[in-house]
Ligand binder design. Sequence first.
Ligand SMILES: [Zn+2]
Length: 431
Amino acid sequence: MKITPLHEWIAQCIGCPAVDFNRTTLERHQLERLNWVIHYTYEHSRFYRERLANTSKTITSFNDFSAFPFTTADDLRADPNRFVCVSQDDVQRIVTLPTSGTTGESKRVFFSAADQELTVDFFKVGMSTLAGPGDRVLILLPGLRPGTVGDLLKIGLERLGCTATIYGPVDDEEKVLRLIRELDANLLVGAPVHLHRLARWDEAFQILPKKQIRSVLTSTDVLANTIRANLQSIWGCEVFDHWGMTETGLGGGVECEAHQGFHLRAADLYVEIIDPVTGQVLPEGEHGEVVITTLTRSAMPLIRYRTGDLSRLITGACACGSFIPRLERITHRVGAGIHLGSGLLIQSMLDEALFQIREVLDFSASYQKSTLSLAVRIFGDEFESVEKAIQNSLRQFSIIQSEMKIKISLAENPVQGNPVILHKRAISINH
Ligand SMILES: [Zn+2]
């Protein structure tokens, strides 16, 4: 098994000779960078000058750092300009994130050219886990504008010697599969459900030659075990998962060949896990909310930013041989899901249940008055048998009580041959 390429790269990033590179030297470096970001933001960001006014500006341990105040998504929504540490001329890209809060304000995240370069570098090294010179990669993520995730990924892949083509999110399975065939693409990058739709379509209509797809990288959404297993069995490919969000600088962490958590880009990010209720840092290995501090960003560094993602840090060295910290798969987000008498129903449970059924291409879910409503997009016209299969599959979960009503309908498909895309993956809760 190949050691994660992040291992050697992070040693280089922090200027540490390979023989001296260990967890202690990495943590020493992270502590230095935390001191840097505290000073830098206090000097240059109006937000942090105020927020850090009453805290010591020098820390000597991670424990000291755990006393620092959090930054929240609401802070980013309230006035993102107050975070910015560089002049407007030095801002290369501003990402506006659709709001999920109640204020109606959008979050905005600013990047300098140097920040984007850090991301390109991470994409290049992270992708070298599965890609190398001569590979043909189709990117099924947004990427038409400069500085978007697909655009930076393409630059990183080209530096690696790959040919990279940006398509964007999958809107038409048939068209995308024909393009994959035409390009002879052997690697795909996309959202798990999008890749899964392609695989199911290919399984049904046999568009790609056997073994054309060697590996896929899933990103932007939680990867259900069922989706991973289906991609592997349909295409015979290896599936690598990636974790990241705009706030982490698009990239955050990527699986190695051991597939046991995301190795973090630890020279650029310091990750803590906190109790989402008390805000206390949890001992390593315990589940809680992921909190990030950026260690190298210049335009809009973030200190103790609460991501809302729930996960844990995996203790011990990875089977690949690296000690680079690993984040376990995200289960769900703080506040997501539906509280039922017997526990919490989360999107990933629905993914596991529904994607076991061959005919299901995609679905959206909502919950109201003890009724779980699912709008499904399926193959063929055997809706009744698919409906029965979904009911049975869902009842496997004890959390879905027998008295809970499940209403299943077909997703609207307004234009023949132009499939509906169910963008909304999170369960919506209507009270
Ligand atoms: Zn590993």
